[in-house]
Design a binder for this molecule. Sequence first.
Ligand code: SF4
Length: 756
Amino acid sequence: MARSTKKNMEKVRKGWDPSLWAGLKPFGIGEERPNNYAEILRAVWENKDEALYAWRILSRGVCDGCALGVAGLHDWTMDGVHLCNIRLRLLRLNTMPALDTRLLADLASLKQKKSAELKELGRLPYPMIRRRGERGFTRISWERALDEIAGRIRATSPRRTGYYMTSRGEPNENYYVAQKAVRAMGTNSIDNAARICHSPSTVSLKATIGAGATTCSYSDWIGTDLLVFIGSNPANNQPVTTKYMYYAKKAGTKIAVINSYREPGMERYWIPSNLESALFGTKISDRTFLVNVGGDVAFLNGTLKHMIENGWLDRGFIERHTAGFKQMRAALEEQSWEDLERLSGASREEMREFARMVGEASTAVFVWSMGITQHEFGEDNVRAIINLGLTKGFVGRDNCGLMPIRGHSGVQGGAEMGAYSTAFPGGLPVNPENARKLGELYGFEVPSEPGLTTPRMIDAAHDGELDVLVSLGGNFLEVLPDPDYVREALARVPLRVHVDIVLSNQMLIDPADTVILLPAATRYEIPGGVTQTSTERRIMYSPEIPGRRIGEARPEWEIFMELAKRVRPELADKLHFDGTQEIREEIARVVPMYDGIQHLRKSGDQVQYGGPHLCAGWKFDTPDGKAHFSAIALPETGIPEGMFVVTTRRGKQFNSMIHEEKDALTGAVREAVLMSEEDARGLGLANGERVVLRSEAGEFEGRVHIAPIKPRTLQVHWPEGNVLIDRRHRSAVADIPDYNALVRVERAGEREPAAV
Ligand code: SF4
């Protein structure tokens, strides 16, 4: 085999290593695990009417699934094939035929269907309109649709309009033109799904180390001494990472996992495209620390306390390159081991064990995800990880880094392109100075007040303060807490516009006055090709792929451009783009860190902004040039007597699209309530027994699924569990909903809580 040219792959030991195997049973026969070969057959069957088109998408396109990033079937981290079942499941969205629009004439039967069934009806081919009192939608022309929307926007104040974009599949070009168009129409109220994913990561990283994105590359995982996953389950959400982890382990890396649930996929995995792993599986985690939901700050602070007490620090780095260490240490001294143990749910000895692992590592990468960010104190959770990363300068050098791993393909670029109510292109904060500078570049006045975040848009709609809501993809009904409240809010907006490729149930909510559906093109249908930015800041080019085209579907960038031109005809020449190449050229001028995007022309072309490492050479883009430790108070997350804390981010779904009734990694069905054996015994409940969870916001009925989870914590699937979430609980700075809730558990049919 030729020697790999991929960074750090030369560290991977050749030959098989039984010490890393999950077991001796070939192909993990009898184990709960995804059958990836069956997934391939399923994808072939599903896409048989457009097999060639499907193959072209897979072999040339940039994956529209998660934000790991791959062009065709190869990436920039490892040798061999990069393909997973998420991508295969999403493929049909790109190849399916149009739906029969006669189905939309009367919505009574469609309203009974689940979102997954609506999606399977096919692609939305034409603009459609439904007025109040009408039973369904009728077809209209693009001209009439855009004129009507523009007229309604002109007739109201920009403050009473809101624009939302999803994060799956959306390329940078769509985000960029949409935000420019919305700002030309007089508001910053454009937000995207990054708000409910990693907004706390962005603000905390920016404030402490001056970089708002991952500081390292995936190749840094391979051969680092220690790879740590906190509140993150990439085996489920970014499946190809398991292959990176396989190579990391073969290069001598130890993997630690901090989570409230011993995720089966992070314990062992059978990687189908690697013979050794496909046959015998791979042990992933070397050490898993179970902590309470919301116990991360306490666990990480306890770890820091041990590291300080034992001198497991790089004093030289701390003295020369950081600030705030003394204040952080003083705050830790005030925190008792009793509190740290109670709130983390871990013992002092476990924290010491993890501290020793970090202390003994010369290099380490810390990866985190929604288990960290989706809390009222999400920003502090991230700051606690950054503190740990600064103990030994685990940033800005090879095999080191702080990585908020992204879930959906557009989520990194969405905020960086400025499709964000609190940030302009380049992630610059919305303020008068930045508005003036952007206005000079654009040739029109840019509003200087932050716009409505996604949750606040829904609040405004509920309060009757929104006249126009344009929602591009996504499904508020399924991604935001408290679906009844969201439904009421949407039903009150006089004009709702849903731009999408398929139907969703939010489109079927009766109009307060008018609902318009606009058919969008997929990324593979866009002439001139598009780009997407991965978690590791790699801007990748995805070409237009020849194949089936759907009715009058149009690229979203074009829809926003045409709309803004109608609302502000005097700005038409300033808003016009001839195509995506022209958009990329403007992005390169307006967002200097994206320079290079304008030269991407063919599949495989890419540029990683900032290079392999941000903060390289320990140069921090903060006012004093230093990285900042944070003194973090312990969030009071104690669980009251007789209650449990439930978290709601379980798969097997992607975005709000449910892919499977049973999760092949955990064996849990959609209605499962993951519960520890200890709790089930204490409550007198058996595996499979029906239970009701009651929170202040609502109730959820499901079945007990006994799992290796921290006692007093429960997990349910998302979005089903959203009914339990109190929409008023949001993080302080980033406004991200807290997707966790305190609940009582009752046996179904009984009103009294099951005995604790
Ligand atoms: S891991 Fe993510 S980027 Fe890679 S193929 Fe799967 S969904 Fe696509």
